[in-house]
Ligand binder design. Structure first.
Ligand code: C5J
Length: 229
């Protein structure tokens, strides 16, 4: 195992090969594409789409460095048996989970909109975690996957910063994982939530973890790749 320092806030992050996974949270068509669920809630999906090329470059660097890449998808069984009524009914949106949408039934497993955008599609051997909640640990096999692979550190990316990225980072922090949130590989529909969401991770000496941009993380991943060759 080799390690390298990532310039990060509030302090340098020691990135260890063999102990690190990149987690890509909910980069799904329903959240990102024009005409999808996210947009139907009145959101500007352009803010999430901005993340895609940056995240694609980070995923490529992680694959090159032999880092495990884990993708998550938020969604539910077709009969909605795993969707609490409180989640289904909250906010009285124009469209609800399970309703027909532009990309199939909204946030339903197996539908086109539920899947990950083409640019970030998982490749063979990568883990895809289907989660019914906001956090990637709740009611999923994620912890077993991480334990089985000897992972103790997570590079956290995806959408949305203040919802599923934050919930997953907090869950991971409570379970003893070191989390580095990659600032330009997470996205929010709301600029203020993006800024404050990142501030909250690294506040108070890194209460939930570390924050660094993709240039810093990709630089460290390339160093790991060079060290291994
Ligand atoms: C939301 C998510 N925002 N992936 N889901 O409902 O953040």
């Amino acid at each position: 195992m080799t390690s390298t320092a990532v310039p990060a806030e509030p302090s340098a992050f020691s990135l260890a090969s063999g102990r690190t996974a990149l987690i890509v949270i909910d980069m799904q068509r329903d959240f990102l594409l024009p005409g999808g669920f996210g947009e139907s809630l009145g959101n500007d999906v352009g803010r999430l789409l901005e993340v895609v090329p940056t995240l694609a470059a980070l995923i490529a660097a992680a694959r090159e460095a032999g880092i495990l890449v884990i993708h998550t998808r938020e969604g539910h069984e077709p009969d909605l048996s795993d969707c609490p009524p409180t989640k289904l009914n909250r906010g009285a949106p124009s469209k609800r989970i399970g309703d027909p949408g532009k990309y199939g039934r909204i946030l339903i497993r197996g539908e086109y909109g539920h899947d990950i955008v083409d640019e970030l599609a998982p490749i063979e051997g990568e883990v895809v975690i289907d989660k019914p909640g906001k956090g990637a640990f709740y009611a999923t096999e994620l912890q077993d996957v991480l334990t089985g692979a000897g992972i103790t550190q997570l590079l956290v990316t995806g959408v949305t910063t203040e919802v599923c990225v934050h919930t997953t980072t907090r869950e991971a922090n409570d379970r003893g994982y070191e989390c580095l949130v990659v600032s330009d590989c997470v996205g929010s529909y709301f600029p203020d939530f993006q800024r404050v969401g990142l501030e909250m991770i690294k506040a108070q000496g890194g209460i939930f973890g570390w924050v660094a941009d993709s240039a810093a993380v990709i630089g460290a991943l390339r160093q790991l790749t060079t060290d291994a060759s």
